[in-house]
Design a binder for this molecule. Sequence first.
Ligand code: TXA
Ligand code: MG
Length: 308
Amino acid sequence: MAPRVSTDVDDALAVLRAGGLVAIPTETVYGLAADASDEAAVRRIFAAKGRPADHPLIVHVADADQLPRWAAHVPPAAATLAAACWPGPLTVLVPRADHVLDVVTGGRPAVGVRVPAHPLTTELLHRFGGGLAAPSANRFGRVSPTTAAHVVRDLGDVPGGVDLVLDGGPCPVGVESTIVDCTVVPAQVLRPGGIPTEQVERLLAGAVAPASGPSRASGMLASHYAPACPVLLADSVDAARVIAGREANPLVIGDTDDLVGYAQQLYDLLRRADDEGRSAVVAVMPPAAGLGHAIRDRLLKASADRAG
Ligand code: TXA
Ligand code: MG
């Protein structure tokens, strides 16, 4: 049965309070949310996504004042980043408070917390009062959803998949939050995202471990964010044209200097390639700066060898 789609926060509140699953709009991507203090509800998220049970979930809260409720203590780096970046596309890993459920953290000693910036979800979180555990609202290993229609297509047919989709329109950032592990000194960027890595480095006055290789948040597999068709990477627009010339029916993406627009459109374009039956996506890699870090990371994952 197709999930209900609503723009009414009252509907979402009722479902969450009854232990149900609501797809929530955020500025990054849609999340599949459950009451973070309701173990049975959180377990349903894993079943709906087909996600391994040891992959931890981010806890979404209404404002930065709630961070201490979820943390055993708040490391200085987390306090600095939260003050500067929330609401916004940043997740901090902090030592978990005792009450935080194992099912949320995958049994790890840290919990991921973020304050999303989307008017509907901000209202929902304020009125709900607690935290909402939510991964991206896609089937495991697939491209994250940036519209309500994406969520319905991914999870609509999964029995018990999602009870309600809170439709907040297309997500304005389009790639997931930047994840910073604040349980280590210096702090470490585990996943580049909507807050540029350079901004994290500036805020922490350089006290950030240098990023090496693709993102390392646990549960981030190499082959991820992938459409069904192959994704081929090009270093320049000219190189993309050459690669596309060898393809029967390619979709070329990223022929632009507008990284904000590239990030916003990225997941919709990857999905569209499959909808249109394209033989491949040929993606121009943006420069490794600003939002370019996140776009490059996702494209690398989308292009990773999926054999086996
Ligand atoms: O923008 C976002 O972050 C979106 C929206 C919905 O908030 N959420 C999102 O969640 O991308 P998800 O579950 O698809 O990706 C979160 C990543 C996963 O790789 C997970 O393993 C990692 O963050 N993570 C979450 N909590 C963690 C923890 N306590 N320790 C280590 N890694 C953690
Ligand atoms: Mg995800």
